[in-house]
Design a protein around this ligand. Structure first.
Ligand SMILES: [Zn+2]
Length: 318
């Protein structure tokens, strides 16, 4: 088995023994004789209809910081669970579910894609009919070019694992929020909501706007630009569009907000231009004070969403 910092940190988390925490290796990615595990964590209530917050990272292997944010949060949560009785009581009523690293081969090899050169965030059957950006929106031209969609009729192993996991752990709930952590686009940190495939508003836009209002009121100095993904660019094969459409078809009364946090890594490069010559430098904060600030910032967001999932009457008003 290959090992590297992020995977080691995840393995470390699996050693924790607590009746509120369940973790397992859900599958392995095997490639050229090497093997890379994918781990999942479920924390809190075992009632799969309980409100749920999903945390996902490392779909794009290069974007290590996404996995680091999820692991930092889980590690802090696990430590807090060892002494915080109030937190334990609230987790008896709702849940956190997580796959911190979906594309371990990509992270080990400093690659955005999986071993088949497929961009996992372009690989689902979801389709856009809006104007697309050349290559970036997803394409089937050549696997040698970035943002290659692959065959969406048969999703890649990593993406199928994520889709199955979300179906099993999130679709059973009537109140759900998830965040998929990415980095690399723009100067600002963007909190994206559906759709990526169309500019048409999604079914839960009112709930999303209510949640944004709560975020603005509770954390007036937050740094996020909250907007639909399609505001930046449309995407062919976006996995969250695909999962969201399936969720609303199966849960006519349910509310699900699948969010994507796109950390604006260009600001790290702007402040430290030489880092573009370092591995992963375009996608990750390399200076330690910037890394610390990135962790602090987004842990605040996760804690806010965790409270919001447990108090859904504040943003689902019906
Ligand atoms: Zn990404």
């Amino acid at each position: 088995m290959k090992d590297f910092d992020e995977l080691n940190a995840i393995s470390e988390l699996t050693n924790i023994e607590d009746p509120l925490i369940r973790c397992r290796e859900i599958t392995r990615i095997n490639h050229e004789g090497d093997s890379y595990p994918i781990h999942s964590f479920e924390i809190g209530s075992t009632d799969t209809s309980a409100p749920v917050l999903g945390l996902f990272g490392g779909i794009h292997g290069l974007e290590k910081v996404g996995t680091q944010v999820v692991v930092t949060y889980l590690s802090s949560l696990f430590k807090q669970l060892s002494w915080d009785e109030e937190l334990r009581r609230s987790l008896e009523k709702f849940r956190i579910v997580s796959i911190p690293l979906i594309n371990p081969w990509g992270m080990y090899h400093h690659r955005r894609s999986n071993p088949n050169n497929v961009d996992l965030m372009r690989n689902s059957p979801s389709r856009t009919h809006e104007k697309t950006k050349f290559l970036l929106s997803g394409h089937k031209l050549s696997e040698k070019l970035p943002w290659y969609q692959g065959n969406s009729e048969q999703m890649e192993h990593e993406l199928q694992t994520l889709v199955d996991y979300v179906r099993e752990h999130i679709f059973s709930s009537q109140r759900a929020i998830s965040v998929d952590f990415h980095s690399g686009f723009g100067l600002r940190d963007r909190l994206w909501y559906p759709y990526a495939r169309t500019l048409t508003p999604f079914k839960h836009i009112t709930e999303m706007e209510n949640l944004e209002y709560l975020l603005n009121e509770t954390h007036p100095h937050h740094i996020y630009r909250v907007e639909p993904t399609s505001e930046s660019y449309t995407i062919q094969g976006d996995a969250w569009d695909y999962l969201y459409d399936e969720y609303i078809a199966k849960n006519p009364d349910g509310v699900y907000l699948p969010l994507t946090l796109e950390m604006g890594s260009w600001i790290w490069v702007k402040k430290n231009p030489l880092q573009i010559f370092r591995r992963g430098g375009l996608f990750n904060p390399l200076k330690s004070h910037r890394y610390d600030r990135t962790m602090r910032r987004h842990i605040m967001l996760i804690k806010f969403l965790f409270r919001a999932v447990g108090s859904s009457k504040a943003w689902v008003k019906r």
